[in-house]
Ligand binder design. Structure first.
Ligand SMILES: Nc1ncnc2c1ncn2[C@@H]1O[C@H](COP(=O)(O)OS(=O)(=O)O)[C@@H](OP(=O)(O)O)[C@H]1O
Length: 891
C-alpha cells in the first residue's frame, strides 16, 4: 500500500482542517480499462480534480500501471493496493470506497468508476465550489460524497461504505450526547440499571450525527438523458442542504456524473453533449485535447506538456516525487479566521490561506510587475503585501539567525498574512525575491526546509534576466559599472576590483540547486524577464502558461493591467554599453552558469542566449584591476609535487602481472562495441566529450552508470572519488536524503539511517563485475579525482595516452567544471562522517590494497585531517585544577 494515507483511525486531533481537495476514489478491477485510463486521468486533471486514488487488488492482467505512472509521478494519482481481508465488509469496491473517504481527507470525495466522468456544469464549477466547502474537522471525513444515483441502493448504503468510519462517528456522537460512551454503557448494563442506551437512542450512523452529505448528482443515463436528483441515502428526495450552503456562502458543487457504458463505443458521447460545458474555457481545452491526439498534452498527460513561454526544470530523478508521501503532504494550507493568531480579524475576512506558490526571485527581474499582474486574477492574491519578508524579520519568523520555535513560526501565523476576502480568491503567493538568495546572501536552508515540511505542495516561480542587465539594475552596482564602462572606453580594459565576485550573484543555477535539495524539479517554473517585457499579447501568453503550471483557471487580463511596469530604473540609470554587456555576460564563470542552467531546463532548443546575443565583433580581453603583487625576496617554497600518479591500475585483486592498458583503438561504436566507457556520467565524461577524437554524437564515447550492462571487450574509465563526493554528485541519494544526512551528522549523530545510500558508494563492489571474468583488470583505468582537480593537464595527458587518444588541450572554461564538480561541498565534519563510516573505510582499504601502487587512497585520513577537532567537555575537576593553578601562579 502506498504510504501516503493516514491509517491512524483514532486520530481525533487531526488538524488537517481545510484541504481544498476534490478527490476521486475509483477502483481498477476489470480488464480492457487500461487503454482509456490516460484520457480519463488527463480529463480529470483538466477539470480541476486534485487527486485520484485508484484501488486495486491484482484482479486485472492489463498493464494499466504504465498509464497511471506519469500521473503518479506528478502526485495527481495514487494507487493503493487493498488486499481482501477477512474483516472487510461486503465486496472490494465498498471496502475501497470506505477506505478512501476515510483516509483521503478531501472536502469532496467522488466515488466513481474509471468509465465515468465527473463533469463541472460551468467553468471550474465543481472545483471552485468544493474549494469553498470545508473538510469536516470534527469527523475527519469529507463533507460531501459524490456518487451516481443508480448506485444508491448498493453503494451508498452509508453504513456499509462508512463502516470504517464508524469509530469516528461514534466518538462524535458521544461528544454530541447522541450516544453513550463505552464506560457509561457498561455502567448501564450493570444489574440494577434498567434499559440500555442502545435501545432508546437511534444507532449512531450518518443520519444521527450528520456524516458526509451524500450527493446523488445528475446522471446522463442512456435512456433518460440528463437528469438531476437529490435523493439522499435514506431514499427520500431532499433539496440541497441550504443551511450549509448559506453558512459557507459558496457555490454548491454543481457537478454531474456521466457514464460511458462501453468506454470505446461511447468515446465522444460525453464530449458531444454541449449542455455540460457550453462556452467554458474548460470546454475549449478539452476540445483541443481531443483534436490533437499526438500533442504532448495528450501523450504525457497535462503536466508534461512543454510550455514554450517559460521553462520547467528537467526532472533529475525518478524517485523525487516519492517524497510526496507521508502525512506532511496533507497538511492544511487554509484556516478559518478564528484559527490564526490575529487578535481582532478585520471585517470581511473569510479565512486565511498560506501560499500556494512563491516567486523566489530573482530580485530586479520584474517580480513586482509579475505580482501586480497576477493580483488581477480572480483567484490569485499576494495578501497584505507583495514581499512579506516573513523569514527575515524578528517580529515574524526570523530563520536567518538560527532555529526558531516561536509561535510566530507556525503555519497559521504565516497564513495570517494572506487574508481571503473574496470567495474563491484564495490562491495566495509570496513574492519575496530574497527567498532565492540575493545580494550575496544565499537562500536560507532553514527557510527552505520550513517551507518544504509545512507546505509540501508549494510551487516555485522564478524570473531570470541577463546577468549584465540585472547587475546594472541594482542601485548599489552603479559605481562599479561606471568604472568598467570608462575603462572599456579608454581601452584599459580593467576589471574593477571584486566585480567578478559580485557578478556571481547572477549565477542562477547555483541558487536553484540550493532549492532543488528541498523541492523536486517539477515544481519550478522559469520565466525570462526579457520575454515578460515583450508586447502585451506575449505577456498574456506567458501568464496563460503560468496559470496552467499553477493549476488555476485561465484569465484574460485587461490591457491596462498588463501595461504596468513597476520599479523601472532604466530611465534614471546610465545605459549599459553593448561592449560592457558582452564582457559581463560572456565572463567564463557566468557563461558556465548559463550553460548549466540551459542544461537543467527541460526544453529542446532552450536559449537564454545572454552571452551569444550580447557578443560584439571585438571582444576585449579584460585585465585584473589588482596591482601586480611584488615578488617576495625569498623564493617561496615549491608546491608539493604530486607523488601519486594520476592513473592507477587494478592489478592485485587477481594477482595479475602489472600491465599497461591496452587499447583496441579506432573502432567506432556505431556498429561494434565502444572503445571505452566512463563510469559515472559526470564532469569527466562531459570533458572528454569535447575531445576532437570523441564526439558523443557519433557514439564512440558512451556514458553509462550501469557497469553490468557493458560487454566484455570494452574498457571502463572510473573516477576515483571519496564516498562523500560520490554521494553528492552521483545521484546515489535524493537531495532530501542528503539534507537529512547532513542535518543528522551536524546534530552529532552517526549516519546510520543512511546505510543503504552509503553502501552504494562502495566502488569496489560496484566494479566487481569487471574482474569476475578474469583478465578484466586490464580494462579498468582509474583516474584519481584529486589528481584531476589539482593538476588536470597532467591527469588528462596520462588518460589520453592510456586511451590512445591524440593529445588535446582543453580550455580553462571546460576545466572549471571539473574543478568545481569533483570537489565535495559537504562541510568537513560531514565528509569525515561519510568517508570514515566503517563500511566505507573497509571499502577504501579493500580497493586500496588492490591498486597499483597500493594504498594510493587516503580518503578517510584526509577527511579526518580537515574536520574540526572535537574537544572533550571540560569536567568540573579540570576546571577546578585550572583555577587552582591560576591562584598558585598569582600568589
Ligand atoms: N513586465 C516586465 N517585464 C520585465 N521586466 C520588468 C517588467 N516590469 C518592470 N520590469 C523591470 O524589472 C526591474 C525591477 O524588478 P523587480 O520588481 O523584481 O525589483 S525588486 O527586486 O522587487 O526591487 C526593473 O528593471 P530595470 O529597469 O532594469 O531596473 C524594471 O524595469
Amino acid at each position: 500500500m502506498n504510504g501516503f494515507l493516514n491509517t491512524d483511525d483514532d486520530d481525533d486531533d487531526d488538524d488537517c482542517m481545510w484541504q481544498n481537495l476534490l478527490a476521486i476514489c475509483a477502483v481498477v478491477l476489470r480488464n480492457q480499462q487500461a487503454a482509456y485510463l490516460t484520457e480519463w486521468l488527463a480529463y480529470h486533471a483538466l477539470a480541476g480534480v486534485d487527486l485520484v486514488v485508484l484501488y486495486e487488488n491484482n484482479s486485472t492482467t492489463d498493464d494499466w500501471r504504465s498509464a497511471t505512472a506519469p500521473f503518479e509521478k506528478q502526485g495527481f494519482a495514487k494507487v493503493v493496493y487493498l488486499p481482501k481481508a477477512d474483516n472487510v465488509v461486503g465486496d472490494f469496491q465498498i471496502a475501497a470506497y470506505g477506505h478512501c473517504i476515510n483516509h483521503t481527507q478531501a472536502s469532496v470525495a467522488a466515488l466513481i468508476e474509471v468509465d465515468e466522468f465527473l463533469a463541472p456544469a460551468q467553468l471550474g464549477g465543481a472545483a471552485r465550489a468544493v474549494r469553498c466547502s470545508s473538510f469536516d474537522v470534527e469527523l475527519g471525513l469529507p463533507r460531501f460524497v459524490v456518487v451516481a444515483p443508480w448506485r444508491s441502493s448498493h453503494y451508498l448504503d452509508a453504513e456499509r461504505v462508512c463502516a470504517g468510519a464508524h469509530a469516528k462517528l461514534r466518538k462524535h456522537a458521544v461528544r454530541l450526547g447522541l450516544a453513550d460512551s463505552d464506560k457509561r454503557r457498561r455502567a448501564r448494563k450493570r444489574p440494577g440499571v434498567r434499559g440500555s442506551t442502545n435501545r432508546r437512542r437511534p444507532p449512531v450512523f450518518y443520519r444521527t450525527v450528520s456524516g458526509p452529505h451524500v450527493l446523488h448528482l445528475a446522471t446522463r443515463s442512456r435512456a433518460e438523458g440528463l437528469e438531476r436528483s437529490t435523493v439522499n441515502s435514506d431514499g427520500a428526495r431532499r433539496d440541497y442542504d441550504e443551511k450549509y450552503v448559506n453558512k459557507n456562502a459558496c457555490l454548491y458543487p454543481e457537478a454531474y456524473v456521466t457514464t460511458k457504458e462501453k468506454a470505446a463505443k461511447d468515446r465522444d458521447v460525453f464530449f458531444a453533449e454541449p449542455r455540460l460545458l457550453e462556452g467554458s474555457a474548460l470546454e475549449r481545452k478539452i476540445r483541443a485535447y481531443q483534436r490533437d491526439r499526438s500533442s504532448p498534452l495528450r501523450r504525457d498527460g497535462l503536466f508534461d506538456a512543454r510550455l514554450r513561454a517559460g521553462f520547467r526544470l528537467r526532472s533529475t530523478s525518478e524517485s523525487e516525487e516519492s517524497e510526496e508521501g507521508g502525512r506532511a503532504a496533507w497538511s492544511a494550507r487554509c484556516f478559518a479566521p478564528g484559527r490564526v493568531p490575529i487578535r481582532r480579524p478585520p471585517r470581511g475576512v473569510l479565512g486565511y490561506c498560506a501560499p500556494s506558490f512563491l516567486i523566489i526571485g530573482f530580485g530586479r527581474c520584474g517580480t513586482t510587475s509579475l505580482s501586480k499582474y497576477l493580483e488581477k486574477h480572480p483567484r490569485i492574491t499576494f495578501g497584505t503585501r507583495k514581499e512579506h519578508f516573513y523569514f527575515y524579520r524578528p517580529e515574524f519568523c526570523d530563520l536567518q539567525h538560527g532555529p526558531n520555535e516561536r509561535a510566530s513560526c507556525d503555519l497559521e501565523a504565516y497564513a495570517s498574512q494572506f487574508p481571503v476576502r473574496v470567495p474563491g480568491k484564495n490562491f495566495t503567493f509570496d513574492a519575496t525575491p530574497m527567498l532565492g538568495g540575493d545580494m550575496g546572501v544565499p537562500a536560507s536552508e532553514r527557510t527552505m526546509s520550513w517551507l518544504r515540511t509545512r507546505l509540501p505542495r508549494l510551487k516555485l516561480v522564478v524570473l531570470v534576466k541577463s546577468p549584465a542587465d540585472r547587475f546594472m539594475s541594482n542601485p548599489l552596482a552603479t559605481a562599479k559599472i561606471t568604472r568598467l564602462q570608462e575603462s572599456l572606453k579608454s581601452g584599459e580594459n580593467q576589471m574593477p576590483h571584486k566585480l567578478n565576485q559580485l557578478l556571481m550573484d547572477n549565477c542562477y543555477v547555483d541558487k536553484l540547486n540550493a532549492w532543488l535539495r528541498f523541492f523536486p524539479s517539477t515544481r519550478f517554473y522559469l520565466i525570462r524577464s526579457e520575454d515578460l517585457r515583450g508586447p502585451l499579447p506575449q505577456r498574456q501568453r506567458i501568464l496563460d502558461h503560468l496559470h496552467d503550471f499553477l493549476g488555476v483557471e485561465p484569465h484574460a487580463y485587461a490591457p491596462d493591467d498588463l501595461m504596468v511596469e513597476e520599479n523601472v530604473r532604466r530611465a534614471t540609470n546610465l545605459s549599459l554599453l553593448p561592449v560592457a554587456r558582452a564582457v559581463i555576460n560572456c565572463l567564463p564563470r557566468l557563461r558556465n552558469c548559463e550553460a548549466r542552467l540551459e542544461k537543467a531546463v527541460d526544453a529542446e532548443d532552450t536559449v537564454f542566449g545572454w552571452c551569444d546575443a550580447a557578443r560584439v565583433s571585438e571582444m576585449p580581453v579584460l585585465r585584473s584591476s589588482r596591482p601586480p603583487v611584488p615578488k617576495p625576496a625569498t623564493t617561496p617554497a615549491p608546491e608539493p609535487a604530486i607523488t601519486t600518479p594520476p592513473l592507477v591500475l587494478l592489478t592485485r585483486l587477481l594477482r595479475l602481472p602489472t600491465t599497461t592498458t591496452t587499447t583496441t583503438g579506432g573502432a567506432s561504436c556505431a556498429n561494434s562495441p565502444c572503445d571505452f566507457r566512463v563510469l559515472g556520467a559526470g564532469p569527466l565524461a562531459d570533458l572528454l566529450a569535447r575531445h576532437p577524437d570523441l564526439r558523443r554524437t557519433n557514439g564512440r564515447l558512451e556514458l553509462d552508470d550501469d557497469v553490468t550492462a557493458v560487454s566484455p571487450p570494452e574498457r571502463v574509465v572510473v573516477v576515483l572519488a571519496p564516498p562523500s563526493t560520490q554521494l553528492l554528485l552521483g545521484g546515489l541519494a535524493s537531495p532530501l536524503e542528503l539534507a537529512r544526512l547532513e542535518a543528522a551528522v551536524k546534530r552529532g549523530g552517526r549516519p546510520r539511517r543512511f546505510r543503504a545510500a552509503l553502501r552504494s558508494t562502495c566502488l569496489v563492489d560496484r566494479i566487481a563485475p569487471w574482474w569476475r571474468d578474469g583478465g578484466a583488470a586490464d580494462r579498468v583505468i582509474f583516474v584519481r579525482g584529486d589528481a584531476m582537480v589539482r593538476d588536470p593537464a597532467r591527469a588528462l595527458d596520462a588518460l589520453h595516452a592510456a586511451l590512445r587518444l591524440r593529445a588535446h588541450t582543453y580550455g580553462p572554461h571546460d576545466l572549471s567544471g571539473i574543478r568545481g564538480n569533483l570537489t565535495s561541498v559537504f562541510s568537513p565534519e560531514v565528509r569525515e562522517a561519510i568517508d570514515c563510516y566503517p563500511s566505507n573505510l573497509a571499502c577504501e582499504l579493500r580497493l586500496g590494497s588492490a591498486l597499483d601502487p597500493p594504498r594510493a587512497l587516503a580518503w578517510c585520513d584526509e577527511a579526518a585531517r580537515l574536520a574540526p577537532k572535537k574537544r572533550g567537555k571540560t569536567t568540573k575537576k579540570k576546571k577546578k585544577k585550572k583555577k587552582r593553578s591560576f591562584f598558585a601562579l598569582s600568589s
